[in-house]
Design a protein around this ligand. Structure first.
Ligand code: GLU
Length: 308
């Protein structure tokens, strides 16, 4: 079947489900977004061309999806071994912002880079002489991986997160007292909020997913953007930890390396097949886009994308 038609069908399948969710309320700026939005984009690994259906030009904050980018950048800055002295690789089964087990570990390391604690520890490894330089490094990297020079930090969401991020502040302070964080907590936390507030659209997500599905190679230029060893690690963490505490069921039913964010976006990177970006700000209780999950379920089934 024609892919354009397939995307329209996937959207029609997912749309009715948006009414069962609502935008993330704990970040005031996100609570204002229209919950009925839904879009999907697929990027080809052959030439980087993108086909879309629905809401694909609207910009929204990547939130946890950007944790994948910051992990890659932190590894680029420090090497693999150093970064994994700060964070582990195990799924938690807990909510993304949970801190219940953070103080019960023998090595004090947060479980994995896809949950808030792990991503904050990873952000603390991103180098630069000041906050502005570190923010710029993250934005430049996000532009490279999405192929879109317009990608930038949404400072209204950044301020909203910073003003209300009590839990993340508690998490970084706990990790500081446990010896995981070097340097000043406030600057690292600001960098973490900036990374979460990087704003992109559905097409950009599909492009980033295509780079991951294409073993780190930019589908347009043919240039290697991420080393294969790092891509393999990132994709495996997306499978085990990318969809919050729904990761197990998602792997079992949909079967694609994916990462979602509370802004309503999800990236899926079926290896060697294509890159998929979806956007639907109505979230379920675990933090995943309700409509987005259904769209991915549909596409995985109809396009035979389940890796298992
Ligand atoms: N900025 C969000 C937070 O720290 C990211 C959460 C997410 O997308 O999972 O709570």
């Amino acid at each position: 079947m024609n892919q354009q038609l397939l995307l329209q069908e996937a959207l029609s399948y997912g749309r009715p489900f948006t009414r069962y969710g609502k935008p993330a309320g704990y970040i005031p700026e996100l609570a204002k977004i229209d919950p009925n939005r839904l879009g999907v984009a697929i990027c080809s690994l052959e030439d980087g061309s993108i086909i879309t259906a629905g809401e694909c030009d609207a910009y929204f904050t990547m939130q946890s999806i950007a944790k994948v980018m910051s992990l890659i950048l932190a590894i680029e800055h420090n090497g693999f071994e150093y970064v994994f002295t700060k964070v582990g690789m195990e799924p938690t089964g807990d909510a993304f912002n949970s801190m219940v087990r953070l103080d019960q570990l023998t090595d004090n390391k947060p479980f994995n880079p896809m949950i808030n604690a792990g991503a904050i520890a990873v952000a603390s490894c991103i180098r630069g002489s000041c906050l502005a330089e570190r923010q710029q490094a993250c934005v430049d990297f996000a532009r490279l991986l999405t192929g879109n020079p317009e990608v930038d930090i949404d400072f209204s969401v950044f301020r909203s997160e910073k003003a209300t991020g009590y839990k993340n502040r508690a998490i970084i302070n706990l990790m500081k007292s446990n010896g995981i964080i070097d340097g000043e907590v406030e600057e690292h936390l600001d960098l973490y909020f900036s990374i979460c507030s990087i704003s992109a659209n559905c097409k950009d997500l599909s492009y980033f997913a295509a780079v991951l599905a294409n073993n780190g190679v930019d589908p347009r230029s043919g240039r290697e953007l991420v080393p294969l060893r790092v891509v393999k690690l990132v994709r495996s963490l997306m499978v085990t930890c990318g969809m919050y505490d729904y990761s197990g069921e998602f792997a079992a039913t949909v079967g694609m390396p994916s990462k979602s964010g509370v802004g309503g976006g999800i990236i899926s990177a079926p290896i060697g097949k294509c890159g998929i970006g979806v956007y639907g700000p109505a979230l379920d209780v675990k933090g995943n886009s309700v409509g987005g999950l259904k769209v991915l379920e549909y596409l995985s089934d109809k396009m035979g994308l389940n890796m298992f």
